[in-house]
Design a protein around this ligand. Structure first.
Ligand code: ZN
Length: 193
């Protein structure tokens, strides 16, 4: 009887350990890899700044939770253009979610010297190609994917989000409640490398 209770206690202890630790792998991985600590952000498109691109739907426009970056040529002229990691970080998710999202990359950044945020997440959606894998560490400016149109659902563009609550459910990209989201352009401009 006693051994059975001990066994149950042991199993439930092990179970609670794994279920608690799993979401925090990014935390440990990032803190242990100093070369991947974030020391500034850049725009995820364009080689020298955002030349050649425009923000077609700004943060909070139509309750938008991100920004839609499009090539100035319009239509699908930007299809296949590179998407760059906005800062050093950990690939928290890379895969196809279907629906309105398509191929999505989510990167978590560790900012040990930032006065407000210890972690920031960037989201890159509707990618044509994904060039990174879950669990990978990436450098700022590294090509992580290409701009896509979610199999013809949209004109090619990058939906880009910047989140202060990292690793949460992806949601719908639009909401009246923008808590946990920041204006990406504003944040990048005030957190340059
Ligand atoms: Zn969007």
């Amino acid at each position: 009887m006693m051994s059975r209770i001990l066994l149950i206690l042991t199993i439930s202890f092990l179970f609670s350990c794994t279920s608690k630790k799993a979401p925090f792998i990014y935390d440990k991985t990032l803190k242990e890899n100093e070369a991947f600590h974030s020391d500034g952000f850049v725009f995820p498109i364009g080689k020298n700044g955002i030349e050649g691109y425009y923000n077609a739907q700004k943060f909070r426009e139509n309750d938008h939770l991100g920004e839609d970056w499009n090539g100035k040529g319009g239509g699908n002229t930007d299809l296949g253009d590179p998407i760059y990691a906005a800062s050093h970080g950990y690939v928290f998710f890379a895969g196809n979610l279907g629906g309105g999202w398509g191929n999505v990359v989510r990167v978590i950044h560790y900012l040990p010297n930032h006065p407000e945020y210890e972690f920031i997440e960037t989201v890159y959606a509707h990618c044509d190609e994904i060039l990174v894998n879950h669990g990978e560490l990436v450098k700022r400016g590294q090509k992580i994917g290409t701009i896509g149109n979610n199999e013809g659902m949209y004109n090619a563009h990058l939906h880009f989000e910047l989140r202060t609550r990292v690793g949460r459910a992806l949601g719908g990209g639009y909401s009246e409640d923008a808590s946990g989201f920041l204006d990406p352009t504003k944040f990048i401009k005030s957190n340059r490398p």
